[in-house]
Design a protein around this ligand. Structure first.
Ligand code: NAD
Length: 255
């Protein structure tokens, strides 16, 4: 699919990778419907995009809330005429071990159901709702070409301290395959990107010694940039023979 002139939804567009993807897309002449819960971040994104070849509009919505997702897609579809692409990027993490014995007290702490559910809601139910609403409108309005890019993580292979996040990100890759099979007949392709460590506000808040320790597992010995992850997003959008697969962009790291 050609980027120039296409209309693409980016969830979690106010910060980090979603923000970088939105600006890169608008730089290539695509128009972006950026959705996020952070209104301030959306406002500054729209301002930053002024003068770029493509336009960016901001929409406040929680991807885990069915009613908000439906009204976001109704509004964005009306504003843009139609939408051709969806980047399911919004995500959170609430790390913790499943159970952990305290060395001093002997007490066993557990990952709370709340922290499990919050991550599943945003990182897995969110993409399910957005993909469903995107595909429904695509089919109902007789669109010819559509593409969905899911932002997973290398935690999809299973990572200590991330029962919730690993399950959501692995589930998202499984559904990339499922949706690739189910939606091909309607002209919709899918793809996922599983990034390793990427330089976003999450990592910028990390202690330098902790980050250095983590980078020992990365053959390329550095974090990736959002622009490098965008290269994968762009490939999935542009390559019309790509569907139902996940690309790991992780500097060669193995968990
Ligand atoms: N940064 C990394 O190293 C890394 C690595 C692998 C995967 N990822 C994934 O990449 C994606 C983007 O991560 P990032 O590092 O840019 O994070 P970030 O925190 O900088 O940005 C995430 C954005 O999503 C928004 N968001 C959160 N919950 C939302 C909700 N319920 N509805 C709508 N918007 C919501 C936030 O407001 C924020 O603007 C996430 O899915 C994350 O899991 C990140």
């Amino acid at each position: 699919m050609k980027l120039e002139g296409s209309n693409i939804v980016v969830t979690g567009g106010a910060s980090g990778m979603g923000r970088a993807f939105s600006l890169k897309l608008a730089s290539t002449g695509a128009n972006v419907a950026a959705c996020d819960m952070n209104q301030e971040g959306l406002d500054s994104l729209v301002t930053e995009a002024e003068g770029l070849p493509g336009t960016i509009r901001g929409y406040k919505a929680n991807v885990a809330n069915e009613a908000e997702v439906i009204s976001f897609f109704d509004q964005a579809w009306a504003d843009f005429g139609s939408l051709n692409g969806l980047v399911n990027n919004a995500g959170i993490f609430r790390d913790g071990l499943l159970v952990k014995k305290d060395r001093e007290t002997g007490q066993v702490k557990k990952m709370s159901l709340k922290n499990w559910q919050m991550v599943i809601d945003v990182d897995l139910t969110g993409p399910f709702l957005c993909t469903r609403e995107f595909a429904e409108r695509h089919i109902a309005t007789g669109q010819k070409q559509g593409v969905i890019v899911n932002i997973s993580s290398i935690a999809r292979y299973g990572n200590q301290g991330q029962s919730n996040y690993s399950a959501a990100k692995a589930g998202l890759v499984a559904d990339t395959v499922t949706w690739g099979k189910e939606l091909a007949r309607y002209g919709i392709r899918t793809g996922a990107i599983a990034p390793g460590f990427v330089d976003t506000p999450i990592l910028q808040g990390m202690r330098p010694d902790v980050l250095e320790g983590m980078l020992k597992a990365v053959p390329l010995r550095r974090v990736g940039s959002a622009d490098e992850i965008f290269a994968g997003v762009r490939f999935i959008i542009e390559c019309d023979y790509f569907t139902g697969r996940c690309i790991d962009i992780d500097g060669g790291m193995r968990l």
